[in-house]
Design a protein around this ligand. Structure first.
Ligand code: NAD
Ligand code: TYD
Length: 352
């Protein structure tokens, strides 16, 4: 049995990955280390909670003693996903981002070095590359130019991983993926927020002019890419992962309104996110060429499936919408929505 450590296994991508690993690899057992912050949810793994190949440990990746104890029992591979992940929260307070994303990664790298692992997959993001103009795409050699505190903390972690490969020969690989969507995504992120709001006839807040572009990938395609890279990727390499699916936020919001039979007047333009990146797009030719992976779930089909999932899992949504989430929500949106105008009104020409 291969013991695989997944950090952040109760989060959005982590829970999908744990499920994917258990379903596709009979010889794998998963140690799931998760602090259960506001973003972690044990209910996301309810169906596999009793699986003897899944061991959950509630703990902090910055807890060096705990992490050392876990590695001392033998870990074959690390899928490192635990992170603070929401850009808006990083603008509100960057401290937990630096602590978890940078210090936490260093603690894991030290343990991996001390006890030895066969692979260390560091799951990073396209946001480390910064923002693109209207054309072109990020390649693995695009210089890092993070713009948000979230992206800066992920870029710092990437550089630490790179340094451990170079200095200590750690068999680590960095993956950088574009925006994910799919089941179990916390409803503060754009797509689940829009779906859950529309289901309740509440407004969808669209930042700025809504013409920012994101490259969307279904989370199951991301998980398939991660295991492909785990099996066949070269240590020390960086692999971009993306959906070849660029959409403006307005296009996504309009599609969701159409699919849910809701009026587009529910789309409200609100104050823009400070430092908002205009466009992300990934060049994924390296992963396609070298490892034969490609995205398989067409965006519209994946979105319809995701809408259905949120419709059928209202209990999950209600459960996560509590406590800290609500307090953050108030800070984030109350004032914006108070001044927001409807998308039914003419769209102003963006000033920049
Ligand atoms: P998420 O916010 O849904 O989940 C993060 C998980 O990490 C939560 O379960 C949380 O409890 C856990 N966690 C946070 N701090 C921790 C700590 N100190 N110790 C242990 N656990 C802790 O995030 P996600 O969207 O699933 O993203 C997972 C990873 O993928 C992140 O590293 C993120 O940067 C990266 N990524 C995400 C996307 C995306 O679109 N969601 C795209 C590219 C890369
Ligand atoms: P998000 O899901 O926060 O992911 P990221 O910032 O990591 O790309 O946001 C996706 C896009 O949607 C981004 O351009 C910001 C925008 N957005 C809105 O317009 N309204 C919202 O309420 C949210 C949460 C995001």
């Amino acid at each position: 049995m291969l013991r695989v450590l997944v950090t952040g296994g109760c989060g959005f991508i982590g829970s999908n990955l744990v499920r994917h690993l258990l379903a596709h690899y009979a010889n794998v057992s998963v140690v799931n280390l998760d602090l259960l912050t506001y973003a972690g949810n044990m209910a996301s793994l309810r169906d596999i909670w009793e699986d003897p190949r899944h061991q959950f440990i509630r703990g902090d990746i910055t807890d060096r003693d705990l992490v050392r104890r876990i590695f001392a029992e033998g870990i074959d591979t690390v899928f490192h996903l635990a992170a603070e992940t929401h850009v808006d929260r990083s603008i509100f307070d960057a401290t937990p981002f630096v602590r978890t994303n940078v210090l936490g990664t260093q603690v894991l790298l030290d343990a991996a070095r001390e006890f030895g692992v066969r692979r260390f997959l560091h799951v990073s993001t396209d946001e480390v590359y910064g923002s693109l103009g209207p054309t072109g795409a990020f390649t693995e050699t695009t210089p890092l130019a993070p713009n948000s505190p979230y992206a800066a903390s992920k870029a710092a972690a990437d550089l630490l991983v790179r340094s451990y490969v170079h200095t200590f020969d750690l068999p680590a690989i960095i993956t950088r993926c574009s925006n994910n969507y799919g089941p179990y995504q916390f409803p503060e992120k754009f797509i689940p927020l829009s779906i859950t709001h529309l289901l309740e006839d509440r407004p969808v807040p669209l930042y700025g002019d809504g013409l920012q572009v994101r490259d969307w990938l279904h989370v199951q395609d991301h998980c398939a890419a991660l295991v492909r890279i785990w099996e066949f990727g070269k240590p020390g390499e960086v692999y971009n992962i993306g959906g070849r699916c660029e959409k403006t936020n307005l296009e996504v919001a309009q599609f969701l309104c159409r699919e849910l039979g809701k009026p587009t007047s529910l789309i409200r333009f609100v104050a823009d996110r400070p430092g908002h990146d205009r466009r992300y797009a990934m060049d994924i030719s390296k992963l396609e060429r070298e490892l034969g992976w490609r995205p398989t779930i067409p965006f519209e089909e994946g979105l319809r499936q995701t809408i259905r999932w949120y419709q059928e899992h209202q209990d999950w949504v209600h459960q996560v919408r509590s406590g800290e989430y609500q307090r953050f929500y108030d800070w984030q949106y109350r004032d914006r929505l108070a001044t927001g105008r409807s998308a039914a009104a003419p769209v102003e020409t963006p000033s920049a």
